[in-house]
Write a protein that binds this ligand. Structure first.
Ligand SMILES: NC(=O)c1ccc[n+]([C@@H]2O[C@H](COP(=O)([O-])OP(=O)(O)OC[C@H]3O[C@@H](n4cnc5c(N)ncnc54)[C@H](O)[C@@H]3O)[C@@H](O)[C@H]2O)c1
Length: 278
C-alpha cells in the first residue's frame, strides 16, 4: 500500500483576516491537505479564545522553536518579518505574507543568507500577481528588461503611511497617487503593495529598485481591485495582463487572494535554501 506523506506542521503568526482564514482552513481541510496546526500566535491572545484550542496558542513568539513547526506563515506585519524572519528560517521554512518587508536591502540580504545557511526555503506567495512563475523564468534566463505593476483600487482600500490621498470625493474618478520604483513605494504603502514586492522578487535581476510600480485611486472601482502587469523582454517581447480581483469596498485584500494564499501554502514542502515564489 502507498504510504501517506507526513503531515506538515504549520505555525501561523498573526490572526487578522489572512491568519483567521488560514487557521480555519487548516482546521477544516488540513487532514486531506496534509497540514496541521503547530501553533497560532497573535500579539493579543484574547482574540484567539474560542477560535483556537488553548494547547495550540503560542503566548510568546520567542518560544516558537518549542512547537517544531515545519513551516511558519507570517500574516501579520513587516516588522515581524524584520524581527523574527531570520530566526524562523533557522528552524523552519518561512512563508512571508508581507514581502514588502524585503524592500529593505539589508533585511532582504539577511533572509536570503539565513535561507541558504540553514537550507530552508523562504517562500514568497504570488498573492494577486498573475504570471509570477513566467516572470521568474524570464528573469532566470537573463532576458527580462523591464517590469511594471500598476494597482488600481477604490480610495477606501488604501492604507498609506504618507497622506498621498488627501480628501477624496466619491465622484472624482481616476488619480495616480504614486509612480516610481517598488523600493520607493513599499515604505509608503506596505499593506497595499505586496503584489509589487512579489514581482520585484520574481524579477530579481531588476529587483526592488528596477521594477516600477504605480498606485492608482479610482472611485469607479467599487467591486474590484485591478492589477496590471507589463513585462518587457529582449527583441520586442512583451506581455500585458489585467487581473480584475473582486473585492469588498474598503478591503485591502481581494477575495481571490485568500485562496491564492492557501494554494501557496500547499506548495511549501521544502525547496532547499533559497527564495521561492509560490
Ligand atoms: N502577499 C499578499 O499578496 C498579501 C495580501 C494581503 C495581505 N498581505 C499582508 O499580510 C499581512 C496580514 O494581512 P491581513 O489582511 O490579515 O491584515 P489584518 O490587518 O487583518 O491583520 C494583521 C494582524 O497582525 C496584527 N499586527 C499588526 N501589526 C502588528 C505588529 N506590528 N506586531 C504584531 N502584530 C501586528 C494585527 O493585530 C492583526 O491581528 C499584512 O502585512 C498584509 O500587508 C499580503
Amino acid at each position: 500500500m502507498a504510504q501517506k506523506p507526513a503531515t506538515l506542521q504549520i505555525g501561523i503568526v498573526g490572526f487578522g483576516h489572512l491568519g483567521q482564514f488560514l487557521t480555519e482552513k487548516i482546521q477544516k481541510d488540513g487532514v486531506d491537505a496534509g497540514l496541521s496546526l503547530a501553533f497560532v500566535w497573535n500579539r493579543n491572545p484574547e482574540k484567539l479564545k474560542g477560535a483556537v484550542p488553548e494547547e495550540l496558542v503560542l503566548h510568546s513568539l520567542q518560544d516558537f522553536p518549542q512547537r517544531g513547526a515545519d513551516v511558519i506563515v507570517e500574516v501579520c506585519h513587516p516588522q515581524i518579518v524584520k524581527d523574527f524572519g531570520a530566526q524562523f528560517l533557522s528552524k523552519s521554512h518561512f512563508l512571508v505574507g508581507s514581502p514588502s518587508a524585503l524592500s529593505d536591502p539589508d533585511l532582504n540580504q539577511q533572509l536570503r543568507h539565513a535561507a541558504k545557511h540553514h537550507g530552508r526555503t523562504l517562500y514568497v506567495p504570488s498573492g494577486a500577481l498573475w504570471g509570477g512563475q513566467d516572470i521568474q523564468k524570464l528573469n532566470d534566463c537573463g532576458t527580462l528588461t523591464a517590469l511594471l505593476v500598476r494597482m488600481s483600487k477604490h480610495p477606501s482600500c488604501f492604507r498609506l503611511a504618507k497622506d498621498l490621498l488627501g480628501a477624496w470625493k466619491e465622484d472624482e474618478g481616476r488619480r495616480v497617487l504614486i509612480s516610481g520604483s517598488v523600493a520607493d513605494i513599499c515604505p509608503i504603502a506596505p499593506n497595499n503593495v505586496n503584489t509589487m514586492a512579489a514581482a520585484a522578487i520574481a524579477g530579481s535581476t531588476l529587483g526592488f529598485t528596477g521594477v516600477r510600480g504605480e498606485l492608482v485611486s479610482d472611485t469607479a472601482l467599487r467591486d474590484y481591485h485591478v492589477v496590471e502587469v507589463e513585462v518587457t523582454g529582449v527583441d520586442g517581447f512583451t506581455v500585458k495582463t489585467v487581473r480584475m480581483n473582486p473585492a469588498k469596498i474598503g478591503a485591502v485584500t481581494g477575495n481571490a487572494t485568500y485562496n491564492s494564499f492557501w494554494s501557496s501554502l500547499l506548495l511549501c514542502t521544502g525547496h532547499g535554501g533559497r527564495v521561492y515564489l509560490c
